[in-house]
Write a protein that binds this ligand. Structure first.
Ligand code: AP5
Ligand code: MG
Length: 231
């Protein structure tokens, strides 16, 4: 007997939901965020992408952020908080949003708790990936300058070298994916960001996933858990 696997989405919904993707650098937050934001029709807000936009426009925030990002350190809260909360105040966030890269410290999580609309349920999706895998992923990562599409030389390379499959834009390597900077980013993650795992576990809203699996498998596990728990 031939088994036909259904390709129907589990649930397609318009229900309000706020998602946080938590995980080390290179754990797949951006990759998964793009698909989840599309599925749940909520804006994908990446603090790293917002900083990179400021850097390309050479704004005051961008010039300041560059010093820290290129050193693998966190950008100080005075530059992070206003930028993030201004974005969350946009009307497109009224029915939820997906945060990628924020919060990154307990202080940032507390600031978010004080600001956010508590009528929208919050789910924290933690992607667990071993450090050795992270280093390898950073070595192979390529990003489209135009649309932000993320590739990897080892698992998902673009069809034509240097050209984005999706929009034809130029593909580049993030300067902070340099091996030494990645090690610093991992150190910072373990010291300042990983305490958020316990912080959100204590609130009963953290769901943990094995991020060291095929990207599609991770995506379907994320979607299934979100749908089962809250929708
Ligand atoms: P940010 O841009 O947020 O970087 P990050 O958290 O270090 O995470 P990355 O974007 O590197 O990785 P990712 O988890 O999105 O993985 P991706 O999907 O690309 O922040 C950059 C900097 O900005 C920070 O270092 C800090 O300085 C500053 N900053 C940002 N937010 C801040 C804040 N709140 N406070 C203070 N400072 C802040 O995937 C990685 C690679 O792996 C890709 O090549 C991808 O194709 C591949 N991949 C993904 N999933 C899989 C899979 N399942 N299997 C195999 N390969 C995969
Ligand atoms: Mg990212």
């Amino acid at each position: 007997m031939i088994m036909i696997k259904s390709t129907k989405p589990l649930v397609s919904t318009q229900a309000a939901v706020a998602l946080i993707l938590l995980g080390p650098p290179g754990s797949g937050k951006g990759t998964q965020a793009k698909r989840l934001a599309h599925e749940y029709q909520i804006p994908h807000i990446s603090s790293g992408d917002l900083f990179r936009e400021h850097m390309s426009k050479e704004t005051i925030i961008g010039l300041k952020a560059k010093e820290f990002i290129q050193a693998g350190k966190l950008v100080p809260d005075e530059f992070v908080m206003d930028m993030l909360f201004d974005r969350l105040a946009h009307p497109d966030c009224a029915r939820g949003y997906l945060l990628d890269g924020f919060p990154r410290t307990v202080a940032q999580a507390e600031a978010l708790a004080g600001k956010r609309d508590i009528k929208i349920p919050l789910i924290v999706l933690y992607l667990e990936v071993p450090d050795a895998v992270i280093v390898k992923r950073a070595e192979g990562r390529l990003v489209c300058k135009n649309c932000g599409m993320v590739y990897n030389l080892y698992s998902s390379s673009p069809r034509l070298p240097g050209v984005c499959d999706k929009c034809g834009g130029e593909i580049y390597r993030r300067p902070d994916d340099d091996a030494n900077i990645v090690l610093k980013r991992l150190e910072v993650y373990h010291e300042l960001t990983s305490p958020l795992i316990q912080y959100y576990t204590d609130q009963g809203i953290l769901l943990k996933f094995d991020g060291n699996q095929n990207s599609d498998t991770v995506y379907y596990q994320l979607k299934k858990s979100i749908n089962e728990k809250y929708l």
